[in-house]
Write a protein that binds this ligand. Sequence first.
Ligand SMILES: [Zn+2]
Length: 81
Amino acid sequence: MKKQEAKKVLEAVLLQDYEQLRALGVRAYGNQGRASTGTACITNLDDSKGQCNPRLAFNSSDVQDIGCPKCLETLRAIANS
Ligand SMILES: [Zn+2]
């Protein structure tokens, strides 16, 4: 993910702007437990952080469930790079 995109995604996550997240093509990953606790991962960050997002398509969840601390940290790092 590029810096400008990361900034937009981070802003949308903080504002809970799910329409914008979908418009940006953001995909969330997390099993049911993580979705219900709002700690789903952002699969678009796969390039920089593969261990957080094993490719398990059946574990996809909605963008409103995004909240993995590691993913948000990575997103901030890219946005502020
Ligand atoms: Zn994550």
